[in-house]
Write a protein that binds this ligand. Structure first.
Ligand SMILES: [Fe+2]
Length: 213
């Protein structure tokens, strides 16, 4: 699979001058080369831990992996099967990333003694909840078996919500976290975030294989 960086995304939501065009343009600019498989992303977690990667860098890296699927799901020229596969990959990665982020970064922001981090942490958590609801709707629509226009519209809405959430986090929440949380605590959170990601991916791998413990 390769990223369609030579494709022009032509959905009405992304037409030049349209509200979403700039976000998509930015996402495409940051993506290069092959799409990373979920297995590769899981294997890389260990390397990130060993090289003492910074929390914000790991979070942004995971955003980039999800953007690989966002640009495909929003591409009018992509085939339905391609969109199904990428929506499935996106759901898996978002669940991993968001749950791990909530139990580390958001938890600390929400527990802050200052108002700004508390409000930003709660706002980000609320955005996750909204995204989970749309993800559940898509699962209930059995998008892997049937790709209807309703599914496509809901998938696009999900992608827009996620893209906007990432944009806000990268521009506001991560800089705020770096400013307000001391570096020792941030380092501790990195290893917690990585091991939580590993657990979530492990669980979704078990679910995908149909093994119920
Ligand atoms: Fe998030």
């Amino acid at each position: 699979m390769t990223i369609a960086d030579n494709r022009e995304t032509t959905y009405s939501t992304s037409r030049k001058g349209g509200l979403f065009h700039d976000i998509l343009h930015d996402m495409r600019k940051s993506l290069r080369g092959d799409v990373h498989t979920v297995v590769e992303i899981r294997q890389e977690l260990d390397r990130l831990l060993r090289k003492n990667a910074k929390l914000v860098d790991v979070l942004k890296l995971h955003h980039d992996y999800m953007k690989e699927s966002l640009v495909i799901c929003l591409d009018r020229d992509a085939k339905d099967e391609e969109k199904q596969q990428h929506l499935d990959r996106l759901l898996q990665l978002f669940e991993m990333h968001a749950k791990a982020e909530e139990q580390t970064l958001y938890k600390v922001l929400i527990a802050s003694s200052e108002k700004e981090p508390r409000v930003e942490g709660n706002l980000a958590q609320d955005e996750h909840e909204l995204i989970y609801q749309v993800m559940d709707d898509l699962r209930d629509m059995h998008f892997m078996s049937l790709w209807t226009e309703d599914v496509e519209a809901k998938s696009m809405m999900l992608c827009e919500l996620i893209a906007n959430h990432f944009k806000k986090e990268e521009a506001e929440v991560f800089p705020l976290a770096t400013e307000k949380i001391n570096s020792g605590q941030l380092n501790d959170m990195t290893s917690d975030y990585i091991s939580l990601c590993d657990n979530y991916l492990g669980m979704s791998e078990i679910r995908a294989k149909g093994i119920f413990l």
